[in-house]
Design a protein around this ligand. Structure first.
Ligand code: SAH
Length: 220
């Protein structure tokens, strides 16, 4: 693991210089979580290149700058209950787990059982499994069992914001989701204000794999 420490520090320095990483809590989390443990063994040498990497099943682990940017935008805090849609490798979930600490928890939904298993193994090996519950299912329906959530993050491209996710967000809570067509989206941040009114902010363009499910895209 130690052979990667310098590369991790260098990547974080770069993301700080670029202005993507800003808060000490996200910087600390990205310095701590070993991304090399969340990529396929043959891509370990690329773990600290700032790009998405294949994780099998036609899916990808997001690029570090995208994880940094989304986490900064989500602004999770210690003790928060966080829902993630699209577990993939489990890396984003681990970054969130690092921030919410033992006082909080992350529930992460993945539709592909083989990836849910991959993520669980990665989270076990890195000791985050106690703070992250990986669930196989359709995340466009949310996960009502532990709602409302303080924060909700969607790491796949949605045609629109699934209603269930807004319903399962606590008042004062925040949701970050890429919304657009299958090929290009914009990062949208939703804040649920007192009274239940929803405020949307449309952010930067981005490219994610599609969110496939009842209130997402059809499988093709
Ligand atoms: N956050 C991940 C990257 C995920 S890529 C990481 O850190 O590695 C997006 C993931 O969303 C893929 O694994 C894909 O299978 C999953 N996905 C797509 N539609 C979904 C749905 N409706 N519910 C849950 N997961 C979904």
């Amino acid at each position: 693991m130690t052979e990667f420490n310098e590369a991790r520090r260098e990547l974080v320095r770069m993301l700080i210089n670029e202005g993507v990483l800003r808060s000490s809590k996200v910087i600390r989390a990205m310095l701590k979580v070993p991304r090399e443990e969340f990529v396929l063994p043959r891509y370990r040498d690329y773990a600290y290149s700032d790009m998405p990497l294949p994780i099998g099943y036609g899916q990808t682990i997001s690029a570090p700058h995208m994880v940094a940017l989304m986490t900064e935008e989500l602004d999770p805090g210690e003790g928060d209950k966080v829902l993630e849609i699209g577990t993939g490798s489990g890396y984003q979930a681990a970054v969130l787990a690092e921030i919410v600490s033992d006082r909080g928890h992350v529930w992460s939904i993945e539709r592909i059982p083989g990836l849910a298993e991959f993520a669980r193994e990665n989270l076990k090996r890195t000791s985050y499994i106690g703070r992250v519950t990986v669930i196989v299912g359709d995340g466009t329906l949310g996960y009502s069992s532990y709602a409302p959530y303080d924060r909700i993050i969607v790491t796949a491209a949605a045609p629109d914001i699934p209603r269930a996710l807004i319903d399962q967000l606590r008042v004062g809570g925040k949701l970050v989701i890429p919304v657009g067509d299958r090929y290009l989206q914009r990062l949208v941040t939703v804040v649920k204000e007192p009274g239940g009114k929803v405020r949307r902010k449309v952010g930067i363009p981005c490219v994610f794999v599609p969110l496939i499910g009842r209130y997402g895209y059809d499988e093709c």
